[in-house]
Design a protein around this ligand. Structure first.
Ligand SMILES: [Zn+2]
Length: 352
């Protein structure tokens, strides 16, 4: 299997640095469409909701139609109010940890290539009461300062109510195997899916691969719902980035997954229970190349998999995830080998 580490790192960097808030994923979907040109898919198109769908016919007439879904959106913020002095209020899109907000730098899409940067401000500690300093304020009480002094100035920068943004974080490789950046949930799986399609471009795959680079997962699996309906698969895998909680202060039974221990297979989460037939197929896929894998401990989180599983008359579905520390925060951390082993596992899953 021809796995190109440098190409995987570069793709992770490209994808991580793009902004793709729910409902505003065009930067990411444009990138995916361009990258699909190298993947020899039979067809790639954007559906009315904004999903990038692609199909590649299998070589065997009685082959299965396998859906691979990875979501392109990330948690972020929408401008909800701009006051007369040019300060901005924001509403979260998806589950953002409010403890990480104060003092963060945010970046907003402005309709031009340039991002507008701002900081999440708060009253100076000198004029705050001691008990206020101990509290984590709710996101709606925070303001973003982009250095403007009135609402017209804010609008001149291309921002208004409804504009969206994310944490401002640049991707970095911090050692040979460890990558840090934003939006690893779920751009990592977009990377995995692109690499699987690239590998399958040059191989004889008996089954038909259906891909959904799905929009709006973080607000409730909307892209997955319509994508699964139109692609009509026999079986499916949602590809994800999931909680690695192997860190100080976490007891063993709450370590959902471990970094570096390979792809995490969902036995059950809040939206889905993996059918035995799919679990066996995943195990078989791992055995082929002795790929390390781990269970994602029940019953944390939900995913696009839950929506796919109940599409039409039902689709046997599971979720395979790259473990990642600090997801839904301003910066996450993962291990390159986990990405590579996930690519291998998913590729084998399609080839059986
Ligand atoms: Zn996700």
């Amino acid at each position: 299997m021809n796995i190109d580490r440098e190409k995987i790192i570069q793709t992770q960097k490209d994808l991580s640095n793009l902004i793709g808030c729910p409902g505003h994923e065009e930067e990411v979907t444009d990138y995916i469409l361009t990258r699909l040109e190298e993947c020899s898919v039979d067809k790639a198109w954007v559906d009315p909701l904004g999903n990038v769908l692609a199909t590649k016919a299998g070589g065997r007439e009685d082959g299965l139609k396998i859906l691979l879904d990875a979501h392109v959106d990330e948690v972020g913020f929408m401008i909800s109010h701009i006051d007369d002095s040019g300060f901005i209020r924001i509403a979260p899109l998806g589950g953002v940890d409010k403890r990480l907000m104060l003092g963060s730098i945010l970046q907003f899409q402005s309709g031009k290539p340039e991002r507008v940067l701002g900081i999440v401000g708060t009253s100076p500690p000198h004029i705050t009461k001691p008990d206020e300093r101990e509290k984590v304020p709710p996101i709606e009480d925070l303001f973003v300062d982009i250095g403007c002094s009135n609402i017209d100035e804010v609008r001149k920068y291309g921002l208004d109510v409804g504009s969206v943004g994310t944490f401002y974080t640049e991707f970095k490789q911090i050692n040979e195997n460890v990558l840090i950046g934003k939006a690893f949930d779920d751009r990592t799986a977009c990377n995995v899916l692109l690499q699987v399609l690239l590998l399958c471009a040059n191989e004889n795959v008996p089954n038909t691969i259906l891909a959904n680079f799905a929009v709006q997962e973080e607000v409730g699996g909307r892209g997955a719902t319509v994508g699964a309906y139109s692609l009509d698969p026999d079986i499916a895998l949602a590809l994800e980035n999931t909680i690695a909680s192997d860190m100080p202060g976490v007891p063993p039974h709450k370590v959902v997954t471990k970094l570096g221990a390979g792809p995490a297979v969902t036995a059950a989460d809040r939206s889905l229970i993996t059918p035995k037939i799919i679990l066996e197929r995943i195990k078989q896929a791992a055995e082929i190349d002795n790929i390390p894998w781990q269970y994602k401990k029940p019953i944390y989180g939900g995913s696009d998999g839950g929506r796919i599983a109940i599409s039409k008359s039902g689709v046997p579905t599971s979720v395979v995830s790259v473990p990642c520390r600090y997801i839904h925060s301003n910066v996450a951390l993962l291990h390159l080998d986990d990405i590579i082993n996930t690519i291998k596992l998913v590729r084998n899953f399609c080839k059986i």
